[in-house]
Design a protein around this ligand. Structure first.
Ligand code: PRT
Ligand code: ZN
Length: 212
């Protein structure tokens, strides 16, 4: 039988829960530290360990047939893949944060301001929808410090507990999107690959049912 390849985040907030889900599905594999690939022993699945940002593109291109990624990254990358199943972990939200002393009354107050983010496309969609003209300042990390160093007036970043915003003197004012991990698939799987995916989904459903 052919194997199908699933792209999983190499190391980060999605990695542990992604691998835990695979194990709970009864799929056994050995992933040595730092390895970029692994093969399952008892299921026709091969793992590719990648940066999360690269996963939607690899799945679109068919380098990987499946992938596990946050909805936030999936939406930002605008890749053409199938959104197969919400997985219920790595929950977070993409929010606007502003100085806690800003008497923020609504989204219109962002007009003419600069907003630092690693999610320029999602932010632009939000601003356009609200007819707000603001400057988007794309940075790749440490977004929360942008206001305190004078780089931007506000941030648009991932929030989970809220403590990072708080410790940078910011408050959350708008939730732009909610996110969780999602299983994605290449759009042109052949019949055999689709069959393996169906078997995997069957097992994931059983795991999720068992947790209810
Ligand atoms: O190296 P690689 O590119 O693969 O990883 P990464 O550093 O880009 O991503 P990673 O591992 O940080 O996050 C992977 C995914 O986990 C994200 O795309 C989200 O879908 C999800 N996720 C869930 C989070 C968080 N919770 C989260 N709290 N991603 C990031 N954060 C960061 C956030 O950026 C901020 O710096 O945590 C901070 C906020 O957390 P709180 O709890 O202080 O609010
Ligand atoms: Zn990343």
């Amino acid at each position: 039988m052919d194997k199908i390849k699933i792209a999983i985040q190499k190391s980060g907030r999605l990695s542990d829960d992604s691998l835990k889900l695979i194990k709970e599905c009864g799929i056994k594999f050995n992933n040595g530290m730092g390895k970029l690939k692994a093969v399952a022993d008892n299921f026709p699945l091969e793992f590719l360990f990648l940066r999360d940002d690269d996963i939607p593109g690899y799945v679109e291109d068919g380098v990987a047939h499946l992938g596990i990624v946050g909805e936030n990254v999936l939406v930002e990358k605008e890749k053409d893949v199938d959104n197969v199943k919400l997985l219920g972990f790595s929950k977070c939200r993409l929010s606007i944060g502003v100085d806690r002393n800003w008497d923020y009354k609504g989204v219109q107050e962002l007009a003419g301001k600069s907003i630092a983010t690693s999610y320029p496309k999602i932010l632009k969609g939000f601003l356009d929808k609200n007819k707000v003209n603001a400057e988007i300042h794309e940075i790749s990390g440490s977004v929360e410090i942008a206001p305190s160093i004078g780089l931007a007036d506000a941030v648009c970043d991932i929030v989970s507990s809220g403590s990072t915003l708080l410790s940078n003197g910011l408050k959350e004012t708008e939730v732009i999107m909610k996110s969780q991990a999602v299983l994605i698939a290449n759009k042109s799987l052949n019949a055999e690959q689709q069959d393996i995916l169906d078997k995997l989904i069957f097992r994931i459903n059983a795991v999720q049912e068992g947790k209810k």
